[in-house]
Write a protein that binds this ligand. Sequence first.
Ligand SMILES: [Zn+2]
Length: 269
Amino acid sequence: MQFKTDFIPPADEPGSALWFIFYNGRMLVKIKNDSCSIPDESDLAKLKSPIIRKQYLGTLDGRQCFAAEFAGNPIADTELAFKDLRGLFGMLEEDLIWIAGRANQLVNWNQSHQYCGKCGKLTEDKTDERAKICPECGLVNYPRLSPAIIVAVLKNDRILLGRNKRFRLPFYSVLAGFVEPGETLEECVKREIREEVGITVKNIRYFGSQPWPFPDSLMIAFVADYAGGEICMDGSEIIDAAWFAKDNLPQVPPKISIARQLIDWFVHG
Ligand SMILES: [Zn+2]
């Protein structure tokens, strides 16, 4: 599948567009015979309530894609249902999951930037780029991203994994944290590891990145080597952390996340 991003839809609107429609953080999907798909134009009529704040996303294999919000009470339909995006991992094709994530981020941004944060006036869509502009004071807001680092710390043949109290499932993962203003990514890696488990790291190298649309993160992944100190949990975020060997891993995050890609890289080399 090939996705091509854009923000202005072509003048003609063919009937085969795909619609990523959200209601309270849940996304509308079509479920038929245990298979899950994205609703198209023909399904919109069944919603019986308007969809608002439509945004053009681009094309997927030539099909137009739109994001929007549902402005009514969720319908009771045997085929159409609003589902938690995380719950759709493994049910929808991975390419569709990432477009849904992109749609989710843009819907959240659009919803939370209806008014100017500086002077309070109603904002307008900018016509030459994906942004919102205040007609009163000129403040421009672009879709917000919150960069976060995620890092696999290695010590001899073991990897540092921790259990975060916010994890919904009882798994252990590589450590992560949000980048602060004025900080480089490398400084963030050092600070987060020191704050969360009390150790220092060295030889920080880039691994990869992944958008994480809950609600607007961009995960930037690194590998680093242990430099010094003893594991000492911060108690507020990390409730347990330890060094794990390849053949003795605890429960780890699901396949789709870059956290799991880091752990798989450690296991398979
Ligand atoms: Zn303003």
